[in-house]
Design a protein around this ligand. Structure first.
Ligand code: PLP
Length: 398
């Protein structure tokens, strides 16, 4: 039986509950023994589970099974794509093009390539909604033979803006440059036919879609051979070494199937809940500012994302006051929460430091109900006025 929490959980973009189908698949394999690289019957059985999972993930995402490289999650897949493609670049191609609103799992490897490996990094600007500048990308790609790779996330983890990934992929293909996209937040929330989109490398993570944590994949064009980040036994096309996590992979495959089937119907429900939350916030805290794309379409914004700035408040304090009211949310990326820095995403979108510090992200998911949304709307006015009082007190005494 799932544990029923009395708390309101609106942090599904950080992680989301294990789905029954993923749990069942994981448990069935956790009871077995066998290394998928061993030659005996137990090993061959484990290998069969891995290959069936690979075929299932590939069929769900419309790619060939040989394109699926299992990893330990989104962070590893991002590092493999970015470092691996840079290290295996053709001579003279030292430039890396990355959007300025990437998750730290992309941002930091790109910055490391610049500092430690001499990469010539160009950060692509975004507009006020968080959408990457296509003219800037075209300009950079015009310098033929100089670009090693382009990386632009499919959907932003903070403000939920969806990027025109198919258009970016087409530009990169025409320029002969590999295109990587971090689709960790997009999978399960927007339609995802990778056969049509045509990106060369796509990052996925299991725990964001109801699979077990610690597993994910890089969907990698079989013609590409990035230099490995992890050297060892040569599992996964000699691109990624390490004993395969068979239970994790089986659970992940079940979660991908769920993410893809019924996606549109679930997105419609989430959009309705989101609109209920947005209009509730507007009615009770009229000075709140909604960040990101106000559109509701799958090319515009993630269906379950609400990102709001509360002028005059510190986001961290709002988070703690809501926490005390049994409501879980985030100031943005869970991976940087706790470090009181303004959001690099909002700064790139043109916000000032105060705005970039005053925001909260509510990310809705499958278990979210109207009662959850109403609880947040009821709690917010009191929480916001307490945070504002604390802010003005601090500025008077500080
Ligand atoms: N990329 C994005 C956009 C994310 O939101 C996250 C996690 O928050 C990651 C990458 C990292 O994925 P993982 O937790 O599987 O390492």
């Amino acid at each position: 039986m799932p544990v029923v929490s009395p708390r309101v959980y609106l942090d599904h973009a950080a992680t989301t509950a294990l789905l029954p189908a993923a749990r069942e698949a994981w448990l069935a394999e956790a009871a077995q023994v066998g290394n998928a690289s061993s030659l005996h019957a137990s090993g061959r059985r484990a290998r069969r589970v891995v290959e069936e999972s690979r075929e299932s993930v590939a069929a769900d995402l419309c790619v060939r099974p040989s394109a699926v490289v299992f990893t330990s999650g989104g962070t590893e897949a991002d590092n493999l794509a970015i470092k691996g493609l840079f290290w295996s670049r053709p001579d003279g191609a030292d430039r890396v093009l990355a959007s300025s609103i990437e998750h730290h799992a992309v941002l930091d490897p790109v910055a490391w390539l610049e500092q430690a490996q001499g990469a010539d990094v160009r950060w692509l600007p975004v507009d006020g909604l968080g959408r990457v500048s296509m003219p800037a990308l075209e300009d950079q790609l015009a310098a033929q033979g100089t670009v090693a790779l382009v990386t632009v996330m499919w959907a932003n983890n903070e403000v939920g803006t969806v990027q025109p990934v198919a258009d970016i992929a087409a530009l990169c293909r025409a320029a002969g440059v590999p295109f990587h996209t971090d689709a960790v937040q997009a999978l399960g929330h927007v339609p995802m036919d990778l056969g049509v989109v045509g990106a060369d490398a796509v990052t996925l993570s299991s725990h964001k879609i109801g699979g077990p944590p610690g597993v994910g994949a890089l969907i990698l064009d079989p013609r590409l051979a990035p230099t490995p980040v992890l050297h060892g036994g040569g599992q996964e096309r000699e691109v990624r070494s390490g004993t395969l996590d068979v239970p994790g992979i089986a659970g992940f495959a079940a979660a991908v199937t769920h993410a893809v089937r019924g996606q549109e119907q679930r997105a419609r429900r989430l959009v309705d809940l989101r609109e209920r939350l947005v209009s509730g916030i507007r009615a009770t805290v009229p000075e709140a500012v909604l960040n990101g794309d106000p559109g509701t379409g799958p090319d515009e914004r993630l269906p379950g994302n609400v990102h709001v700035s509360f002028p005059g408040c510190e986001g961290d304090l709002l988070l703690m006051l809501l926490d005390a009211a049994d409501i879980d949310c985030s100031t943005g990326s869970a991976c940087t929460a706790g470090i009181p820095e303004p959001s690099h995403v909002l700064l790139a979108m043109g916000a000032n430091e105060g705005q970039a510090r005053s925001s909260l992200r509510f990310s809705l998911g499958e278990s979210t109900t109207e009662a959850d949304v109403d609880a947040v709307v009821a709690a917010l006015p009191g929480v916001v006025s307490r945070a504002r009082r604390a802010g003005s007190l601090a500025s008077r005494t500080g």
